[in-house]
Ligand binder design. Structure first.
Ligand SMILES: Nc1ncnc2c1ncn2[C@@H]1O[C@H](COP(=O)(O)OP(=O)(O)OP(=O)(O)O)[C@@H](O)[C@H]1O
Length: 687
């Protein structure tokens, strides 16, 4: 510590004072000037430094340095002579400049400080993150956004090696390479996706002093973009579904203006996009108020409305639903379901089923239940007959199992891998029977298909044809059939070329053919041809011993068909069934057991007598006279008439022991008409 005396405390002195006062290696002993108002004197006394007017009064031992600040030469010489102590002479003006410079420096420092504070403020307020490191890879600066994006607090950044804070950082690499990296993608440890630009910091002397990174959080943008892509994909998919749908679809906006329709809509309604899109919904398919408008008004879906649309007046079912998003109605979507197509398909399906039924021989001898002596004889004959090519005539009452035998014979023969065609001669209208059986040539009649059509005989070639109800054939058809049997060939309707065939003919009848021959309604020569191997199937009454086995078989079959679990019949019920004479044979037994099972509760396992319908037939006969009229009409007249007709036919069948010829006679309708009614009322189990 040096003791200093300042002499001459005018302008220069005061400046010196300012310079020296703050150093800790100097101590002001005193400040003197002959002018007590000199700036230095005033300042010194404000600072608590001793002051005086004559420097000589202050020269004493412990003063190390005397500084003459004024530049006054007399005082200086005097000083130099009087004191041996180190004396520094600084011209006042120099001290003044130094002091000014210092002040300026201070100001600059302050300004820089302010500037850096401002810069920090700005950097902290930008949305992009910013990290600055020095050439030692230590973090020097990090802004608020960087803290937010990285989820790392400033304290954990500053002074740390950047590699320890941000995994995968490439800032050290930028320091080494001195090359900037622009818009690079990086996924942070917290899952955020950022896009970052890294720059080396190089000063004017080309010295590398660090590097910085500026980065943006693009997580939201990327997610939005991904969501957008997802939405686009969903939209494309939905459009593809709508476009390819067979259901006609139309969409309107909240005001009822058409937005879109699909090709099926045009196909069904005949309306094109230009008729619908952009037009008010009043132009759509419905007569009266548009369904869309109704739905928009009520905000309620409309389902299953039947309409006829388009030039073809197609039957459609219409469903319209409102589109409601966040509680607001945005439009409505209508779907037309073409029922006429279903109708066509259903009838095609029915036809296909019929064909399949005709082509299949479903049953084998294993399906024929009968251990009684009478039945054993029939089965034996049939099995032997199956192995020969001879025509077989199956005889027996209605419902005895003639069709079952025909199937079994085919399946037992060496033709079993070829077709089995069943033709019910009574069920096919006489007018088309010939072309059905023998086919026709192109142009044979109006409506004939191009290229002609194969008949059922041709279909059955190498297989078997089963002609049921052969007694119902007209004499004209009998003559045609005889030719087939004699020549083994057929001629298509409208054709001349005979076609040779190899078909096994199985026929069946429950009418007395011998009587028909006498009445001249059946050709004798045909009878002999068909009757080469007659097989008589006994009635159920003739083989009543088979009743238990048949009941068991029928219960099992019905359980399977209707998902029931019936096990047996009670003894009392069995006795009741046994005493009945079964005019309708096995078919009637099937009907009776089936109806008994309907009357049983789901959990009942044994058929009791009270489940079995009255078998005396008297009740039915009594009922026949009065029509049952529902108290309150709840159906159309046509429905009521149909129901009555169905019930009436059923009762006539019961009365006539399920014999179709007798039933038709009693009802005074043709047997063909009876077949037609049976099909109409799904009563095929009677045939
Ligand atoms: N022996 C039997 N074993 C099992 N089921 C039988 C037997 N006989 C007949 N059925 C059944 O009784 C019903 C009537 O048989 P099927 O149609 O073969 O009689 P059908 O003699 O051809 O009658 P229809 O002369 O009226 O044409 C069928 O459901 C058949 O499965």
């Amino acid at each position: 510590m040096k003791n200093v005396l300042i002499v001459g405390a005018g302008k220069g002195g005061s400046a010196l004072l300012k310079i020296l006062y703050n150093t800790d290696r100097m101590k002001m002993t005193a400040v003197v000037d002959h002018n007590p108002d000199a700036a230095g004197i005033i300042q010194a006394s404000e600072m608590g430094i001793p002051t005086g007017e004559n420097w000589r009064d202050w020269i004493h031992k412990d003063i190390d340095i005397v500084i003459e600040a004024t530049g006054n030469e007399d005082v200086l010489n005097d000083l130099l002579e009087t004191t041996s102590r180190s004396t520094v002479v600084i011209p006042g003006s120099v001290a003044y400049i130094v002091s000014e410079l210092l002040e300026e420096k201070e100001l600059l420092v302050k300004r820089l400080q302010l500037q850096s504070e401002n810069q920090e403020l700005i950097l902290n307020n930008i949305r992009d993150g910013m990290i600055v490191i020095n050439d030692q890879e230590q973090v020097q600066f990090v802004n608020k956004s960087a803290e937010r994006i990285t989820d790392v607090a400033k304290d954990h950044f500053i002074g740390k090696n950047i590699k320890n804070v941000i995994a995968g950082t490439r800032l050290p690499h930028v320091i080494r390479s001195r090359r900037r990296e622009v818009n690079q993608k990086l996924v942070l440890e917290n899952g955020k996706k950022v896009i970052t630009t890294r720059m080396p910091i190089i000063n004017m002397e080309d010295r590398l002093i660090g590097a910085f990174a500026v980065f943006k959080d693009i997580t939201e943008v990327v997610n939005l973009a991904e969501e957008n892509t997802d939405l686009k994909e969903i939209k494309t998919m939905l459009e593809a579904i709508i476009q390819s749908s067979d259901e006609a679809i139309s969409v309107v906006d909240e005001s009822g203006t058409g937005i879109m329709i699909n090709p099926a809509y045009t196909r069904i309604t005949g309306l094109r996009e230009s008729d619908i899109v952009g037009a008010p919904a009043t132009a759509d398919i419905s007569e009266g108020e548009s369904m869309h408008m109704k739905v928009l008004k009520t905000r309620r879906a409309v389902r299953g409305v039947r309409m006829k649309v388009g030039p073809g007046k197609r039957d459609v079912l219409v469903n319209v639903a409102p589109v409601i998003v966040d509680g607001k109605i945005k439009g409505s979507v209508g779907v037309l379901h073409d029922v006429s197509e279903i109708k066509t398909l259903t009838s095609e399906l029915k036809r296909a089923r019929q064909i399949i039924r005709n082509l299949e021989a479903k049953y084998t001898f294993d399906d024929i239940i009968g251990a009684s002596e009478e039945m054993k004889i029939s089965l034996e004959q049939a099995k032997v007959g199956a192995k020969t090519p001879a025509s077989i005539l199956l005889r027996g009452e209605s419902g005895t199992g003639k069709e079952l035998f025909a199937h079994a014979i085919h399946n037992e023969s060496d033709r079993k891998h070829n077709k089995f065609i069943r033709v019910n001669c009574a069920a096919i209208a006489e007018s088309i029977l010939e072309s059905e059986l023998f086919g026709y040539e192109e142009g044979a009649f109006s409506g004939a298909k191009q290229g002609g059509k194969k008949g059922l005989f041709e279909e059955a070639n190498l297989g078997s044809i089963f002609l049921d109800e052969i007694g119902e054939l007209s004499l004209h058809m009998q003559a045609k059939l005889l030719r087939v049997l004699q020549e083994n060939e057929i001629v298509r309707v409208g054709g001349t070329n005979p076609i040779t065939l190899n078909v096994r003919i199985i026929t069946a009848t429950n009418v007395n053919l011998e009587k028909a021959i006498m009445n001249k309604t059946f050709r004798e020569d045909l009878y002999y041809r068909l009757n080469r191997l007659p097989i008589y199937i006994p009635s159920l009454q003739e083989r009543i011993d088979d009743l238990p086995d048949l009941i068991r078989h029928i219960i099992n079959k019905t359980n399977q068909d209707y998902g029931r679990n019936v096990k047996s019949v009670s003894e009392q019920a069995f006795e009741y069934l046994k005493t009945y004479h079964w005019p309708g044979n096995v078919r009637e037994l099937e009907n009776v057991i089936g109806r008994a099972m309907i009357y049983m509760d789901m959990n009942e396992e044994v058929i009791q007598k009270n489940h079995i319908p009255d078998l005396t037939g008297t009740a039915a006969r009594k009922d026949d006279r009065k029509a049952v009229i529902p108290a309150i009409p709840d159906q159309s007249l046509q429905q009521a008439v149909n129901n009555f007709e169905k019930e009436y036919i059923r009762k006539a069948f019961e009365k006539n022991n399920y014999n179709k010829t007798k039933t038709a006679k009693e009802l005074q309708v043709s047997i063909r008409n009876l077949y037609y009614k049976l099909e109409k009322y799904s009563m095929q189990n009677f045939s």
